[in-house]
Design a protein around this ligand. Structure first.
Ligand code: NAD
Length: 437
């Protein structure tokens, strides 16, 4: 099949490279000229494990190409994926659909022959109707089926998720599109990945429901962690105790500093807005959003308390900046709230992240960036572990401690065991676990 992917960010690039790897002929399009120029030379604009190899292998086999011009690739395509960003609109939390609609108008003008136009971007219920309407208005002759095919991949494991998904949700109301989409995903279908066909609105809502549910699950265990701290219980054991129940499941039960990233914050905010717009409030999601916002801010207070109540003039070392490991994505990362909160209280911040420092430079002020975890520790009055990169899981604790001015370790991901850190002479604070553990 001939496929055009409009938007070559985390989702578009992974989608394009994987579909090319399935044997389709793919052109990835982006309006960012520098991004396309770099991709054409084999450069990968984002950090995603395995992506560079996959992109380059498919360029060599001539199944994957890049362009800033949409019209040629779209006019030849059987399927056009829209994978542009849908950030939160300033002020009200609604998904900003301006990129989706701008791309739609451009696509409409270039369509030729029967084409399936697929929204892969996360979009509110009813957006597919508007996309179909815009295409008709822009190009009344166009023969299109508009499909919703939300993406569920996780950054950091995106290729594995795309190639071995739990399910593929496809919302449509045109039987011709069903055949085309089955063909697009045929290699996965043979691997037994369930293709779930629904109507378009159901597919659109399924994506928000999935993300909101996961955000609620994280928020639930975070509140349980607070209760553990108040009562002397251990949140990791509680999580294990409930997670072994198949009805609950063990995933997304790791207490931490609150969820961040490019999806959960904006998608929960958008779902709240959708509920309000349709007169069907999503009260659990509303509460989740507010608990999580407060939690991210409260982490700075927790660190200040661990430092004896005052951090003015002290140097706090931060390990990990990205919203989770194995990505360079800094969007809505909890580290940003923690750093701001500590700076507001007069602390000096030194930070290290294996992949996120370039992006973090543009999002923070007055942060000194270090070359390694030990560099961060040099002269620090406390260390805060915010993102659980593998390289922070097996630090040489004696070396770390001897570099520090004060041996205070705040572990916002429960990577270490309290008694282990105490044995190495640290004053150690973690999330929802008794100090004597
Ligand atoms: P991104 O910001 O990384 O990439 C979007 C790209 O689209 C940018 O490179 C931008 O230049 C390009 N673009 C915007 N308008 C364009 C146009 N008119 N023509 C061509 N290119 C255009 O975004 P992302 O993280 O890949 O997310 C894309 C969508 O997928 C969002 O709706 C998001 O919610 C959803 N999603 C993201 C993830 C994730 O983990 N990042 C997972 C599932 C779903």
């Amino acid at each position: 099949m001939k496929i055009a992917v409009v938007g070559s960010g985390y989702v578009g690039l992974v989608t394009g490279a994987c579909l090319a790897d399935f044997g389709h002929e793919v052109v990835c399009i982006d309006k960012d000229q520098a991004r396309i120029a770099s991709l054409e030379k084999g450069g990968i604009p984002i950090y995603e494990p395995g992506l560079s190899e996959l992109v380059n292998a498919n360029i060599v086999s001539e199944r994957l190409a890049f362009s800033i011009h949409l019209s040629g690739a779209v006019s030849r395509a059987d399927v056009v994926f829209i994978a542009v960003g849908t950030p939160s609109r300033r002020g009200d939390g609604h998904a900003d659909l301006s990129y989706v609609y701008a791309a739609t108008r451009e696509i409409a003008k270039a369509l030729s022959g029967f084409t399936v136009v697929v929204t892969k971007s996360t979009v509110p219920v009813g957006t597919g109707d508007e996309v179909a309407h815009l295409i008709k208005a822009e190009n009344p002759q166009a023969d299109v089926a508009v499909v919703s095919n939300p993406e569920f991949l996780r950054e950091g494991a995106a290729i594995e998720d795309f190639k071995r998904p739990d399910r593929i949700v496809i919302g449509l109301d045109d039987e011709r599109a069903r055949e085309v989409m089955t063909e697009v995903y045929r290699p996965l279908y043979l691997n037994q990945a369930p293709l779930l066909f629904t109507d378009r609105r159901t597919a659109e809502l399924t994506k928000y429901a999935a993300n909101a549910f996961l955000a609620m699950k994280i928020t639930f265990i975070n509140e349980v962690a607070d209760l553990c701290e108040a009562t002397g219980a251990n949140v990791q054991d509680v999580a294990r105790g409930i997670g072994l129940d198949n009805r609950i499941g063990a995933k997304f039960l790791h207490a931490g500093p609150g969820y961040g990233g490019s999806c959960f914050p904006k998608d929960t905010a958008a779902m709240v807005k959708i509920g309000q717009d349709f007169g069907s409030p999503m009260r659990l999601v509303e509460t989740t959003v507010s608990i999580n916002d407060q939690r991210k801010r409260s982490m700075a207070r927790k660190i200040v308390a661990a430092c004896g109540g005052d951090v003015r003039g002290r140097t706090i070392g931060v390990l990990g900046l990205t919203f989770k490991p194995n990505t360079d994505d800094m969007r809505e990362a909890p580290s940003l709230d923690v750093i701001r909160g500590l700076q507001d209280r007069g602390a000096k911040i030194v930070a290290f992240d294996p992949q996120g420092m370039d992006a973090a430079r543009g999002l923070t002020e007055n942060v000194q960036f270090a070359d390694s975890a030990y560099d961060v520790a040099d002269g620090a009055d406390a260390i805060v572990l915010i993102t659980e990169w593998n390289e922070f899981r097996s630090l040489d604790l004696d070396r770390l401690k001897s570099a520090m001015h004060m041996p205070i370790f705040v572990d916002l991901r429960n990577v270490y065991r309290p008694h282990e850190l105490r044995r190495h002479g640290f004053s150690y604070v973690s999330i929802g676990r008794p100090e004597q553990d």
